[in-house]
Every structure is written in structure tokens, then in C-alpha cells.
Design a protein around this ligand. Sequence first.
Ligand SMILES: *[C@@H]1O[C@H](CO)[C@@H](O)[C@H](O)[C@H]1NC(C)=O
Ligand SMILES: *[C@@H]1O[C@H](CO)[C@@H](O)[C@H](O)[C@H]1NC(C)=O
Ligand SMILES: *[C@@H]1O[C@H](CO)[C@@H](O)[C@H](O)[C@H]1NC(C)=O
Ligand SMILES: *[C@@H]1O[C@H](CO)[C@@H](O)[C@H](O)[C@H]1NC(C)=O
Ligand SMILES: *[C@@H]1O[C@H](CO)[C@@H](O)[C@H](O)[C@H]1NC(C)=O
Ligand SMILES: *[C@@H]1O[C@H](CO)[C@@H](O)[C@H](O)[C@H]1NC(C)=O
Ligand SMILES: *[C@@H]1O[C@H](CO)[C@@H](O)[C@H](O)[C@H]1NC(C)=O
Ligand SMILES: *[C@@H]1O[C@H](CO)[C@@H](O)[C@H](O)[C@H]1NC(C)=O
Ligand SMILES: *[C@@H]1O[C@H](CO)[C@@H](O)[C@H](O)[C@H]1NC(C)=O
Ligand SMILES: *[C@@H]1O[C@H](CO)[C@@H](O)[C@H](O)[C@H]1NC(C)=O
Ligand SMILES: *[C@@H]1O[C@H](CO)[C@@H](O)[C@H](O)[C@H]1NC(C)=O
Ligand SMILES: *[C@@H]1O[C@H](CO)[C@@H](O)[C@H](O)[C@H]1NC(C)=O
Length: 311
Amino acid sequence: MDNIRRLMFAVVMAIAYMAMGTEAQTIITAPKSNATMTNVTTASNVTTASNVTTASNVTTASNVTTASNVTTASNVTTASNVTTASNGTTAPNLIMAPVINTTVTALTDNIATNECGKTKLCAAKPENCDPAVAGSCFFVSAQQSSGQTFSFQLRGVSSGYIAVGLSTDSTQGGNDTTYVCANNNSNVNFFTALLDKGVLTINNTLPVDSVKGSVNGQIIQCTFSATVPNATVTRSTDTSFYLSISNGTFNSVTGTLGSPNTVLFSDKAVDLTSYNTNVLNSLNAAPSSSHAFGLSQAFLILLGVLGMMML
Ligand SMILES: *[C@@H]1O[C@H](CO)[C@@H](O)[C@H](O)[C@H]1NC(C)=O
Ligand SMILES: *[C@@H]1O[C@H](CO)[C@@H](O)[C@H](O)[C@H]1NC(C)=O
Ligand SMILES: *[C@@H]1O[C@H](CO)[C@@H](O)[C@H](O)[C@H]1NC(C)=O
Ligand SMILES: *[C@@H]1O[C@H](CO)[C@@H](O)[C@H](O)[C@H]1NC(C)=O
Ligand SMILES: *[C@@H]1O[C@H](CO)[C@@H](O)[C@H](O)[C@H]1NC(C)=O
Ligand SMILES: *[C@@H]1O[C@H](CO)[C@@H](O)[C@H](O)[C@H]1NC(C)=O
Ligand SMILES: *[C@@H]1O[C@H](CO)[C@@H](O)[C@H](O)[C@H]1NC(C)=O
Ligand SMILES: *[C@@H]1O[C@H](CO)[C@@H](O)[C@H](O)[C@H]1NC(C)=O
Ligand SMILES: *[C@@H]1O[C@H](CO)[C@@H](O)[C@H](O)[C@H]1NC(C)=O
Ligand SMILES: *[C@@H]1O[C@H](CO)[C@@H](O)[C@H](O)[C@H]1NC(C)=O
Ligand SMILES: *[C@@H]1O[C@H](CO)[C@@H](O)[C@H](O)[C@H]1NC(C)=O
Ligand SMILES: *[C@@H]1O[C@H](CO)[C@@H](O)[C@H](O)[C@H]1NC(C)=O
């Protein structure tokens, strides 16, 4: 009992002295010499040291290895200049300002399907088409870099633009996140946009960088890194979306995008980190109409007419 009290006192003293700055250095070492310090488990709840902002120059206290489990001090984000002091993988909450860089550099390679299902999630129309060869193939892939940040590859056919959309519900629109690669006189222009009520509104406020693109006739290819929004509002995971590919017209003079023509819309929410998911195109069920509803309604009407004729 006595030893534990002594120990706690030592820990409190240590924290207090650290807060006072470099002078603490010598004093910290004093209690440490007593080998009983090895059982530092009591020091686990360092969360109380939340207001470490004053201890700006903690870098000198380099040998704090005994207090190894400081990971609990999660709220250190305010202690902005202490990042160097944490010799370790801690300091997780570095809030990085979102980078938005839509500058497009030349994409020299063809987008390919290798690694699909292994290190990237792929979706295509027609199913399993090869984006690396000429012809009508709409293709998108996503590979997680970290957290909500993904590398995307997008390939499609249009004289205007192609786009990949992320919807948190089974209905397109309602301001779905959309990444657009447009053909501007054989150069790729890149936009981030929101899709609502069939209208794509360019906002260029979504975190994106490392954009590359190429135009070859009607074939547009682009790759980019994007930090996608959290999908948790409606989904169980942050990274699950209804995935879409679309194309449309682009007026390079006014810089406006025509309404998207959807060529692929996943039949369910797809977790972008589950690379081996086979993304099925819900539009394949109703190829003659972009609205699956329209077809079934027509069918019902036809049934009704037939029924009346039989009476
Ligand atoms: C640790 O301190 C206690 C009490 O001060 C003392 O009895 C013990 O001998 C010390 N142990 C070492 C290794 O110095
Ligand atoms: C640390 O203390 C706990 C309980 O207080 C004990 O179970 C454990 O064996 C101790 N570990 C060491 C390394 O002394
Ligand atoms: C740390 O303290 C918090 C509240 O202050 C408590 O809920 C938690 O159980 C403590 N954790 C440990 C490991 O003692
Ligand atoms: C931290 O300290 C600042 C100023 O010293 C004070 O305004 C703030 O309330 C403190 N925060 C906590 C969580 O104690
Ligand atoms: C930290 O201490 C070093 C030397 O001890 C000094 O050069 C530096 O200016 C100090 N930085 C701050 C922010 O106090
Ligand atoms: C930290 O302490 C260990 C042993 O206590 C020692 O071997 C090591 O050299 C020290 N490192 C620094 C940077 O002081
Ligand atoms: C840190 O604490 C966690 C749980 O609190 C424990 O599982 C882990 O082994 C500890 N790591 C070290 C290096 O003490
Ligand atoms: C971290 O601090 C923020 C605001 O100071 C607070 O809302 C949040 O609950 C804290 N988190 C933890 C784990 O203490
Ligand atoms: C952090 O420290 C650097 C240099 O030591 C200084 O330029 C910067 O202003 C400090 N930032 C804060 C938030 O104190
Ligand atoms: C951080 O700790 C690792 C091992 O735990 C050590 O190899 C490395 O030199 C340390 N770095 C600093 C800056 O103390
Ligand atoms: C979409 O965003 C616009 C502008 O921010 C807003 O006016 C509109 O209400 C939003 N629509 C939906 C469905 O959230
Ligand atoms: C934007 O990206 C381009 C190409 O990737 C790069 O050359 C440029 O330096 C970046 N601009 C900024 C401000 O980072």
C-alpha cells in the first residue's frame, strides 16, 4: 500500500514537473532509479493531463519510455507543438486541412483490371469489360489509402464528361458526392460536384488531389485521390456507398455539366474497402430505361389494359 502511494506521488510529481519545463528533466530521473517503478500500470489514466498545452517544450523529456501507454491521452490535439515529444505511433488526431488540388497532369498509362478484387474494388459496364482496350467500357476502381481516402480510377466513353458518384442511399440525388472528368478540347478538366434532382452542380470543395487524366477520342481516363465523406449517417460503415458511373455533355465555354446519364448504379451499398465485392449493376435489370420504375409502371398498365380487354 505504501509503495503504491509513493509511486502515485512520484507520477503526479513527474507530470507536474514536466509541465514546468526543462527543469523537470533532472527531477524525473530521481524516482525512476527505484526499480519498483516498473509497474507503472497505475499511470495508465493519463487522460487527466489533458491540458498539456503549457508544456510546449516537452521535447527534452525524451526518455519517458516508462510511461509507454500514453495512447490514452487521446485529446492531445490541442497540444499542438508536442507532436515531436511522442516518440511513437501516437498523436493520431492530427487534423489535416483538406487538400483540394484539381490540377490535372498527364495520365500516361491505361487503366487496367489487374489487381481488381485483390487490392482494389472494381465495377464496370458491361460487366468485366476491359478498360485497357478500345471500345465502350465504363470502369471505376477504388483503393483505400487510409481511412476515408481512396485512389480512384475512372474510365468511360463520352465527348463531354464521365463521372463517378457516391450515394448514401439507393436513390441518386440528394447531393450525392460526384467526381467528374471532362473533355475540354482533348484535355481533362476535373471537378467535384453534387448531384441533386438530376443536376450536377460543380462545387470543387471536396478534398481531392493527385489528379491525372487523358483523352483519346471519346475515351476519357482519369485517376485521383479523394477523401470521401463519412457514409455513417445512413450506413453501418463509413465507406459504404451506392456506386454509380455516368456521362454527359460538357460546355467548355461556360464550364457547365449536362444532366448525367447513368450507365451503372450498384444494386446495393458497396463497402469500398471490400475489394472482392462483385458489384452488380441495378440498371441491367431495366436496360431500356434509366428508371426501373418506369418500366414496371408500364408493365402494370399493360396488365391492366389486358385484364380489361378480357372482361
Ligand atoms: C525503493 O524505495 C524503497 C523505499 O524508499 C526502499 O525501501 C527500497 O530499497 C528502494 N529500492 C531500491 C532498489 O532502491
Ligand atoms: C504489476 O502489478 C500487478 C497488480 O498490481 C501485478 O499483477 C503484476 O504482476 C505486476 N507486474 C509487474 C511486472 O510487476
Ligand atoms: C480512467 O478514468 C476514467 C474516468 O476518469 C474511468 O472511466 C476509466 O475506467 C479509467 N480507466 C482506467 C484504466 O483506470
Ligand atoms: C485548459 O486551460 C485553459 C487555460 O489555462 C482553460 O481555459 C481550459 O478550460 C482548460 N481546459 C480544461 C479541459 O481543463
Ligand atoms: C524550447 O527550448 C529550446 C532550448 O531549450 C529553445 O531553443 C526553444 O526556443 C524553446 N521553444 C519554445 C517554443 O519554448
Ligand atoms: C534512455 O534510457 C535508456 C536506459 O534507461 C538508455 O539506454 C538510453 O540511452 C536513454 N536514451 C536517451 C535518448 O537518453
Ligand atoms: C497498453 O495498454 C493496453 C490496455 O490498456 C495493453 O493492452 C497494452 O499491452 C499496453 N501496452 C504496453 C506497451 O504496456
Ligand atoms: C476531447 O475533447 C473534446 C472537446 O474538448 C470533447 O468534446 C471530447 O469528448 C473529448 N474526448 C475525450 C475522449 O475525452
Ligand atoms: C510550434 O512551434 C513552431 C516552432 O517551434 C512555431 O513556429 C509555431 O508557431 C508553434 N505553433 C504553435 C501553435 O504554438
Ligand atoms: C523512438 O523509439 C524507438 C524505439 O522505441 C527508437 O528506435 C527511436 O530511436 C526513438 N526515437 C527517438 C526520436 O527517440
Ligand atoms: C443540396 O445542397 C443545396 C446547396 O447546399 C441545398 O440547397 C439543397 O437543399 C441540398 N439538397 C438536399 C436534398 O440536401
Ligand atoms: C497541385 O498538383 C499539381 C500536380 O499534381 C502540382 O504540380 C502542384 O504543385 C499542386 N499544387 C499545390 C498547391 O499543391
